[in-house]
Design a protein around this ligand. Structure first.
Ligand code: HEM
Length: 496
């Protein structure tokens, strides 16, 4: 029954009830308990969780304990899912059992009391919020996403041309390009790298993501007593959250006070949506706070992710220049000199295989965002009690040797016809009720930015082989490549 007949989320609750029902008649063979490393009383598996490359460490533990295991931290039990099959079972098939988010002390601070979409728990207010932002994003993307990305890709091209072949670190330029896509969609505004407004916003969003991912902060969630001790890292987090809110408030106020507001901007749709909503018996479900926090979601979710991915792509291409040549040749043959459209993607399999392989090897949100079981349920036949924290280890799923032979090697060709690479097992955007809200924005961005860049530039290492980027990466909430320098050499054909 467990494996065969569970057709969806509504039957998932029934399944766990059934499991519990049967178990009560089987006193000597109690429910299989989840495997996992032994944990120290009180501290639990804290050491496991403070590893400096957590996704790799959790993936290594899967070799010992299997595709699902548990870790304990303080009084929290976490279940780590390490294969695409078990992740899909939880996030897609049983989405309504696992759509919650853990409610945490620090998460509440970062999300303005749980009012962001990404960290808000699953309830009526959250559903209305996500629906509102989703439809605003859809409306805006249908109207202008393609042209917004094209414009930023051309701006990025100009920036790279102006470097005139000198060795540079492109990470900031990628961040500006990705961020401008979001700020144009959100407010109809874009910035230059030198803009102090942009620099302020990024430095504070970056700081928040980095500080929140640090063990100094996560320890406060598991060990409440630590909150009584002085913690300079936590003080910095509070300061950055206040700074972020001030910048976003200023932006929204400026937007509202414009004489001619941009009708296509997401902010406009959000504000109109709030005005039009039907009031519940407790008044309006969504308020200006939700517009504010949705802006935070879009800026954080949409900037560092796409920028980190572009940085990884260039880094991998420096290690395998022949892949770059193959993509370039495909672009020249198929496009005959013109710039690509997103609709060209079906005719550009080599480029798409590169995009898939970088998403596989370096899913930029390697552990997604933790989920919470909102009722008793089960995964892979194991009983999962309500409130268990679920960690979808996307990095682990993408490195499963049963699905991807030689999983740690960069081989885009595995995604070409006959290469055997499964696109079904790729889940870089998560799935189900919590599927990345910006998936369609991200997919178009990755495609167009990469196609524009590889059509016009050849990326070569800064000096010798010794300066090839380190591909291990730095894992926090976002998995980033260590900074490196590269030369973007203009292609002679497209730039006579
Ligand atoms: C959530 C990946 C770009 C907005 C997520 C999650 C992942 C993810 C894995 C967590 C899913 C879960 O909890 O199971 C990525 C990747 C991106 C990307 C790989 C690019 C390469 C974007 C962009 C935006 C965005 C461009 C905004 C325009 C969000 C939001 C959430 C989210 C708002 C929270 C969804 C929720 O909790 O319901 N993303 N993302 N992301 N992402 Fe993305």
């Amino acid at each position: 029954y467990v494996q065969g007949n569970d057709k969806g989320s509504t039957s998932a609750g029934a399944e766990s009830r059934l499991l519990q029902y049967f178990y009560q008649f089987l006193p000597r063979s109690s429910p299989p308990s989840l495997p996992g490393p032994t944990s120290l009383f009180l501290v639990g598996n804290m050491m496991e969780l403070t590893h400096d490359h957590l996704p790799i460490h959790l993936t290594n533990l899967a070799q010992r304990y299997g595709s699902i295991y548990r870790l304990k931290c303080g009084n929290t039990t976490m279940v780590v899912l390490n294969s695409s099959e078990v992740i899909r079972e939880a996030l897609v098939k049983k989405w309504s059992d696992f759509a919650g988010r853990p409610i945490s002390y620090t998460g509440n601070i970062v999300s303005g009391g749980g009012h962001t979409i990404s960290l808000g728990d699953y309830n009526e207010e959250w559903r209305a919020h996500r629906r509102l932002v989703h439809s605003a994003l859809q409306r805006c993307c249908q109207k202008s996403l393609h042209s917004v990305i094209e414009r930023q890709a051309l701006k990025l091209r100009k920036v790279l041309m102006d470097y005139r072949g000198s060795a540079v670190d492109l990470s900031e330029d990628f961040t500006v390009a990705a961020s401008n896509v979001i700020t144009t969609l959100a407010f109809g505004e874009e910035y230059d790298k030198s803009s102090s407004e942009l620099q302020q916003l990024h430095s504070c969003l970056n700081e928040i993501v980095a500080l929140w991912g640090s063990s100094w902060i996560s320890a406060l969630d598991s060990f409440p007593l630590l909150r009584k001790l002085p913690n300079p890292v936590f003080d910095r987090l509070l300061k950055e959250v206040a700074r972020r809110d001030e910048i976003i408030r200023r932006h929204l106020n400026d937007y509202k006070s414009q004489e001619q507001r941009n009708e296509d901007a997401i902010t406009e749709s959000l504000l109109q949506g709030i005005e039009k909503q039907d009031n519940t018996e407790h008044g309006a479900l969504l308020t200006d706070v939700h517009v504010h926090m949705a802006t935070v979601d879009l800026l954080i979710g949409g900037t560092e992710t796409a920028a980190a991915w572009l940085n990884w792509t260039v880094a991998f291409l420096l290690h395998r220049p022949e892949v770059q040549t193959r993509v370039y040749e495909e672009l020249c043959t198929v496009l005959e000199g013109r710039y690509p459209k997103y609709s060209d993607r079906h005719r550009l399999p080599v480029l798409c295989s590169l995009i898939n392989e970088v998403l596989r090897l370096r899913p930029v949100a390697p552990l997604a965002v933790p989920h919470r079981a909102i009722r008793d349920s089960s995964i892979a036949g194991y009983f999962i009690p309500k409130n268990t924290v679920i960690i979808p280890n996307l990095f682990g799923a993408h490195h499963d040797p049963a699905v991807y032979p030689d999983p740690y090697s960069f081989k885009p060709e595995r995604f070409l016809k006959g290469g055997g690479g499964s696109t079904r097992a790729l889940i870089p955007f998560g799935g189900g009720a919590r599927l990345c809200l910006g998936e369609s924005v991200a997919k178009m961005e990755l495609f167009l930015f990469t196609a524009y860049l590889l059509r016009d530039f050849q990326f070569v290492p800064a000096e010798s082989k010794a300066s090839l980027p380190d591909l291990r990466g730095v894992a926090s909430v976002v998995l980033k490549v260590k900074s490196y320098e590269v030369v973007a050499r203009p292609r002679p054909v497209t730039n006579p």
